[in-house]
Design a protein around this ligand. Structure first.
Ligand SMILES: Cc1ncc(COP(=O)(O)O)c(C=O)c1O
Length: 288
């Protein structure tokens, strides 16, 4: 039975319960993180814990644990569940349990902390990965998508529209600009230049995105953080969607039309190789 960590205790998943007046359940009042685990090692854990702090600060929720405590619990939960295998680790922090229902909050509540560690359920991307499909949709989310909020209803509905259309992801359009996916960041390639939207309030600053930019920089691939118009998206030679669980997913069909030649592109092949090499180096104990 999978073990979870809930408010200071490790316990079997089927014994882990949260009270019905938890603000996460009633209001979606909380934040989360997803950390990929490769060969038993949490990947880019410092960057994920930095982003968690950013989300907590943005919703005015105090961090219930020190950095050392987070790392200790993460390592212990991996040890108890997936060991040396690959996994996806989820951290959920809500504002805690109210005595009576009220939208307003004060600092007296004890945050609820839940960590789970499950086997990775997406195949990792390799050079022979078949491309995926995407559709474009208007971004119906709120302005503050830089916060990794547990309030995911718009993302859920947008992703389901993509699923219903037989697609793997929805690319979200706001004011004529392509921002990101329903659960991923966006890259395009045009004339060998890699482009991704700049960090902004209405987009989540992805950890995978940042690593790709670092790898491009170190390997002298031309990558720009720049707005991408809807027209540029449709005219791209390559499109990629990036996230901790799906890595760098090449999109070869957009709105039922081929992207470029309709095959995974040469720039993607180069970048996924750099990404997988980097992971190997980290898993062998090299520096992140
Ligand atoms: C809306 C959104 N954008 C981007 C990402 C990618 O972020 P990361 O690379 O840190 O997984 C995610 C991941 O879940 C997401 O939900």
């Amino acid at each position: 039975m999978e073990q979870v960590y809930l408010n200071g205790e490790y316990k079997p998943l089927n014994e882990a319960c949260v009270p019905v007046l938890d603000r996460g359940f009633l209001f979606g009042d909380g934040v989360y993180e997803v950390i990929p685990v490769y060969s038993g090692k949490p990947f880019r854990v410092e960057q994920h814990l930095d982003r968690l702090q950013h989300s907590l600060d943005a919703i005015r929720l105090r961090n219930p644990m020190t950095r050392e405590q987070w790392i200790e619990v993460i390592d212990e939960l991996i040890r108890r569940n997936t060991g040396d295998a690959d996994a996806a680790l989820y951290l959920q922090i809500t504002r805690g349990v109210m005595e009576k229902r009220d939208h307003g909050f004060n600092d007296s509540l004890e945050p609820t902390v839940l960590l789970t560690c499950q086997p990775m359920n997406y195949p990792l991307q390799q050079s022979d990965t078949p491309g995926g499909c995407a559709i474009t949709l208007e971004d119906s989310r709120w302005q503050d998508c830089h916060i990794k909020s547990i309030n995911l209803l718009p993302n859920v509905l947008l992703r389901q529209q993509a699923v219903d259309a037989g697609a793997d992801e929805a690319i979200l359009i706001r004011d004529g600009r392509a921002i990101e996916g329903s659960a991923s960041n966006l890259f395009i390639v045009k004339d060998e230049v890699i482009k991704t939207p700049p960090r902004q309030r209405c987009m989540l600053g992805g950890i995978t995105r940042d690593l790709i930019l670092e790898l491009c920089n170190e390997n002298h691939l031309l990558a720009r953080e720049i707005d991408i118009s809807e027209d540029e998206l449709h005219d791209a030679d390559e499109i990629w969607m990036t996230s901790s669980t799906r890595e760098i997913l090449p999109i070869t069909t957009l709105n039922q039309h081929k992207v470029g030649k309709g095959l995974t592109g040469p720039v993607w092949a180069e970048v996924i190789r750099l990404y997988q090499d980097y992971k190997q180096q980290v898993m062998r104990g090299g520096d992140e």
